[in-house]
Design a protein around this ligand. Structure first.
Ligand code: FAD
Length: 313
């Protein structure tokens, strides 16, 4: 029986582990895939305080090292369910279970990808999923934003302030994002929108990224869009299904919780299970970054410690 089990070894989960261990709680972090989480996909992080520039892998390594140095245990496993009661929770991982008095859900989210050949190869070298993270690398350059919803339009507005040109590529024949954002974009001379078009493949000059090939969704006619960078903003996929009977998920699958990192109760329950907390990109929030994930990790860990202390054992 651990004091706290943390699901997910991204920045939120690892920060929670550091704080919980410093409060002398026994901690297990369960990670199903990549120790360090999403940030490992970023070749260069320039907005995490304390580092002028650091690769995502190096930042992740430092977080893991710090959590382990503090005495956190880390397991490679996939959590598939949460059951039990306050002070005695069970986390199911396939055929076996782990037990903890308190649980922190820090499962993050994944960006939807285009699903084209070489997409992973050019991620960080022309293809980005985060304008806030990578927009500064394209100052004065030409970029495309893929998508037509609020995230895509917000990215396009932001990028149009520093990029030479922004081309929004939308698969439908209309934009689905807020009218206010559409109006701002329509007034920007360096922004244009291409409707009813889908991305077919990466365009290269030999090896280097040179843009994308897009196709008319109705006729199939293809054309080259030569740009320095492409920002994919076609949605994110949280992975909170294992917890849907314990905590409330919104329509997009995020755990509904505020800055206190305390989840709301699911439909049909009066309250969410005491001692279960949520941290990082997997919860409802407006800014999904390493800084906000680590902040959540600290908040959730300290809340879990208070809960454990209230049990008085
Ligand atoms: C390409 C890219 C570049 C980025 N660049 C920046 C940047 O420059 N600056 C910045 O601040 N942010 C950046 N971000 C965003 C940043 O990475 C995220 O905001 C941050 O990682 C969120 O941390 P998290 O711990 O909440 O979630 P995540 O990092 O998503 O970690 C969650 C972890 O939980 C695991 N998990 C999920 N479900 C389960 C389960 N059932 N069982 C066990 N484990 C599970 C996942 O495998 C994952 O490792 C970038 C993101 C990407 C994709």
């Amino acid at each position: 029986m651990y004091d706290i089990i943390i699901v997910g070894a991204g920045p939120a989960g690892l920060t929670a582990a550091i704080y919980a261990r410093r409060a002398e709680k026994s901690v297990l972090v369960i990670e199903k895939d990549t120790f360090g989480g999403q940030i490992t996909h970023s070749p260069r992080v320039e907005n995490y305080p304390g580092f002028v520039a650091i690769s995502g892998n190096e930042l992740a390594d430092k977080l893991i090292e710090q959590a382990m140095e503090q005495g956190a245990e880390i397991e490679l496993d996939t959590v598939t369910g949460l059951s039990g009661e306050p002070g005695a929770y069970k986390l199911t991982c396939g055929t076996h279970e782990y037990e903890a008095r308190s649980v922190i859900i820090a499962t993050g989210s994944r960006h939807r990808t285009l699903g084209i050949a070489n997409e992973e190869r050019y991620t960080g070298e022309g293809i980005s999923y985060c304008a806030v993270c990578d927009g500064a690398f394209y100052r004065g350059k030409s970029v495309a934003v893929i998508g037509g919803g609020n995230s895509a339009l917000q990215d396009a507005v932001m990028l149009s302030e520093s990029c030479e040109s922004v081309t929004v590529v939308q698969n439908l024949d209309f934009l689905t994002g807020e009218g206010r954002l559409q109006k701002i974009l329509s007034e920007r001379e360096n922004v244009k929108v291409i409707y009813s078009s889908v991305v077919k493949r990466v365009l290269t000059d030999g090896v280097a990224f040179a843009g994308i090939v897009i196709a008319d969704a109705n006729t199939g006619a293809e054309c080259e869009l030569r740009v320095d960078g492409v920002f994919v903003a076609i949605g994110q996929m949280p992975e909170n299904e294992p917890f849907e009977s314990a905590v409330k998920l919104n329509d997009y699958g995020y755990v509904v919780a505020g800055e206190a990192c305390v989840p709301e109760a699911p439909e049909g329950s009066e309250r969410a299970p005491l001692g279960v907390f949520v941290a990082g990109d997997c919860r409802t929030k407006t800014v999904r970054q390493v800084t906000t994930a680590t902040a959540d990790g600290a908040t959730a860990a300290l809340a879990a410690c208070r809960f454990l202390d209230s049990l008085g054992e």
